[in-house]
Design a protein around this ligand. Structure first.
Ligand code: PXP
Length: 240
């Protein structure tokens, strides 16, 4: 059964809009766990547009298992990760102008840079996942780095509809079975919602889904614990 990782960055985005103390992503994480989340995901961006260093430090104390820190390969951020020691570090590409993470990490093209970051994280005993597109060359390069997992970017699947969406799902399925051959744990995320999550959750090798925006959007109306529980039920039913 795939774990549900709830991304609480969006709570911090609302807080930062007023540069105040509420709503607190730490409180959101507690409610997400009560709703059934096994993993809490936060992205400490270089520009600190949502999650702050303080959030990650406190979450490390309040989320004893399953803290997943998304981060770029930038040395300053890698150093913070090595000090805080999340249960998993997910390396993602980062551009200041982007609204959200747009594509997967180019492990093939930036092999040396990614390798340096992975080595530093491994030296601090932090398991690493790489956020990549469902592309065989990226999977092979990831496996060469000895990482524990890859998180497949589901953005193209989420944006597509009809036959195009079925083709994108098939790409994810093929990438999933190749992960198995390469000995990589399979995670996925980005753009997943209550309508499109089933297909991805049903992929045989799927171990973790990281979902943020759709859960927070629903939480505004039904509350966070309920929104997380609803997503958890969908994932469990699909992966049974
Ligand atoms: N996984 C990764 C690596 C991400 O960067 C994000 C977005 O922050 C997510 C999952 C969650 O995406 P969404 O908010 O679209 O559910």
């Amino acid at each position: 059964m795939a774990y549900l990782g709830v991304n609480v960055d969006h709570v911090a985005t609302l807080r930062q809009a007023r540069q105040t103390y509420e709503p607190d992503p730490v409180a959101a994480a507690a409610l997400a766990v009560l709703g059934g989340a096994e993993v809490i995901t936060v992205h400490l961006r270089e520009d600190r547009r949502h999650i702050q260093d303080r959030d990650v430090r406190i979450l490390r104390e309040t989320v004893p298992h399953g803290l997943n820190l998304e981060l770029s390969t930038e040395a300053e951020i890698i150093d913070i990760a090595c000090q805080i020691r999340p249960d998993q570090a997910t390396l993602v590409p980062e551009r200041r102008e982007e609204v959200t993470t747009e594509g997967g990490l180019n492990v093939v093209g930036e092999f040396a840079r990614v390798a340096t970051a992975v080595e530093q994280l491994h030296a601090a005993d932090i398991p690493v996942s790489l956020f990549i597109d469902p592309d065989f060359a990226q999977l092979e390069a990831s496996a060469k780095l000895g990482v524990a997992a890859v998180e497949l970017h589901t953005g193209a699947y989420a944006l597509a509809s009809g036959q195009a969406q079925s083709s994108e799902l098939e790409r994810l399925v093929q990438a999933g079975s190749y992960c198995n051959e390469l000995g990589l744990r399979l995670h996925a995320g980005h753009g997943l919602n209550y309508h499109n999550v089933r297909g991805v959750a049903a992929i045989e090798q799927m171990q973790e889904l990281n979902i943020g925006h759709s859960i927070m959007a629903r939480a505004i109306f039904v509350g966070l614990k309920e929104a997380v529980s609803e997503m958890k039920r969908l994932i469990d039913a699909a992966s049974r």
